[in-house]
Ligand binder design. Sequence first.
Ligand code: SAM
Ligand code: SF4
Length: 340
Amino acid sequence: MAYLDTLGRPLRNLRISVTDRCNLRCQYCMPEEEYVWLPREDLLHFEEISQLADVFVELGVDKVRLTGGEPLLRRDLPRLVRLLAAKPGIRDLAMTTNGVLLSEQAQALYEAGLHRVTVSLDTLRPERFKQLTRRDTHARVLEGIEAVGRAGFKGLKLDSVVMRGTNDDELVDLIEYGKRVGAEVRFIEYMDVGGATLWSLDAVLSRTAILERLERHYGPIEPVVEESTAPADRFALSDGILFGIISSTTAPFCRSCDRSRLTADGMWYLCLYAKQGTDLRGPFRRGASKEELKSLIIPTWQQRAERGAEQRLAMANRAPLVQIGELKKDPHLEMHTRGG
Ligand code: SAM
Ligand code: SF4
């Protein structure tokens, strides 16, 4: 039985953040010098994540994505993958990573049963990568991307956040790189999520502008008509190459959003923009049964009315979602805690 929220959206898609820590400092996600981290003792153990995942799967979740922070910083991640991959209810088990540690781990992740990998790649230029992330590990990301195919994975995706004046001159280069490595590129509009304290509307390159620029180079681009709840709208170039655009900022997809998010310390969020979440770690560690956890999750989902990105779009003077002072008081508001 599918559980539907107030807009008829099913509980199907769970993002599990396995750590709030990261080995990069992307300007659009972690631009500050200092962060408040989740207390280590609060982090769910793999067995706890697996048991909570069982509850969600019994309620209809069949797509799970591991994310973070940087998921590959979590020690022995393939062990968690193995626990999740053994659940027949999970049809799609994916991971989003910045790729820095991927070349070392791709094979073990594949063997553990991970289905798909998405690597975030915003630039092909090492110097620009350094400016964007404050780290000098661009070559390792490219090595990580190459390791994905070698390990046996199919369906590699490359996600690029496009920022006007920062990397918007690389749209064609990124598509061409995707062709070379057999990956589908998805351009993500810069979002005013928690953590993006430097966000401004001027820095957003809209879906329309992205398409215009690509058409100038490639000629006419056709939208791909498909039934999907995926966040990306897909398009085809005249040579058949596909790419996607995730236009959460200028054309949000809230009406079909079936995603919810479990943080590394067991808070459950119904929207990337939600200020409040539901604590599942507390009841779980106090010994709540599966049925008790379900009776917490089901009504929460059934009352879900979140349309965060649409509400942000309707705002007149749009500015960063949360100010740094508020973020320091509640690290759960950060994108790197919630997972992308
Ligand atoms: N560390 C991993 C990575 O970078 O792929 C996983 C976590 S990261 C929060 C997940 C995704 O969120 C990445 O693709 C990242 O580019 C995206 N992201 C972070 N901040 C964003 C923002 N302000 N706007 C749009 N996408 C953002
Ligand atoms: Fe960048 Fe991902 Fe780390 Fe955020 S969590 S700083 S997007 S690598």
